[in-house]
Write a protein that binds this ligand. Structure first.
Ligand code: GLP
Length: 241
């Protein structure tokens, strides 16, 4: 794992955006794996800016998001559909039909998981996957204990994840109990992965990643088995290593 130490959130976002812009411009019809959460927001702002300035085009880009809550409508400000449109997709020249987010409102969720997985396989590869990490080590919504062999599936969210994400909702009761997530094996098949970590609240998580063992009890640790991961972390996140 290549470790890039940056000063703060701003530097992390700039590094991540520059890395992506370079990649996008090198590859024909890039396929990007995208993440939600507070961590990549700054990077998305910079990508929008770069698109406005003509430094990148999204016209030939296909994207796949990692996950979505079950039971929130696309118009719900807490849905990842809403987040992605609001933070990136509505502001760049991406083509309708080229971005993909699991649909957590399908009646047959199992089928939706299979279809989503199929779409990724049909795209052939994810050239670069952006990841954040939950305090308990989850990636996407793959909670501790998820098999490393998992593919896109439905998850029961842990209490700690619901608690952490309740900051975006009026109360914890409104936080969905389930989600659809790309599986760990699906994520690991990405050619290149960039993990972004910022802030003191992630410092213990990051110390465990860097110093601890690879274990299904700590999903992010699987990245140590991937041969092309860049960890971009700020000083606060690295303060306990
Ligand atoms: C959510 C998302 C993850 C994200 C995590 C951390 O649970 N499903 O993909 O990495 O939150 O979020 P944040 O970046 O807000 O700390």
């Amino acid at each position: 794992m290549k470790i890039v130490k940056v000063k703060d959130y701003e530097e992390m976002s700039q590094y991540a955006a520059d890395y992506l812009i370079k990649k996008i411009n090198e590859i024909d019809c890039p396929v990007l794996g995208l993440a939600t959460g507070s961590t990549p927001e700054g990077m998305y702002e910079k990508l929008i800016q770069a698109n406005k300035e003509g430094k990148i085009s999204f016209k030939n880009i296909t994207t796949f998001n990692l996950d979505e809550y079950v039971g929130l409508s696309e118009e719900d400000p807490n849905s990842y559909h809403f987040f992605m449109k609001d933070k990136l997709l509505n502001h760049v020249d991406i083509q309708e039909g080229n971005y993909h987010i699991p649909d957590g409102n399908k009646i047959d969720l199992e089928k939706e998981c299979q279809n989503y997985e199929k779409l990724i396989q049909e795209a052939g590869r994810i050239d670069i996957q952006i990841l954040g990490v939950g305090v308990n080590g989850h990636i996407g919504f793959n909670e501790p204990g998820t098999p490393f062999t998992s593919r896109t599936h439905i998850v029961e969210l842990s209490e700690s994840t619901r608690q952490a994400n309740s900051r975006f909702f009026n109360s914890i009761d409104e936080v969905p109990t389930k989600a659809i997530t790309m599986g760990i094996e699906t994520i690991m098949e990405s050619k290149d992965i960039m993990l972004l970590v910022s802030g003191e609240q992630k410092a213990e998580t990051l110390a465990r990643l860097l110093e601890g063992e690879v274990s299904e009890d700590f999903p992010v640790s699987v990245l140590k088995k991937h041969n092309h991961v860049t960890l971009v972390a700020d000083e606060a996140a690295l303060s306990k290593t």
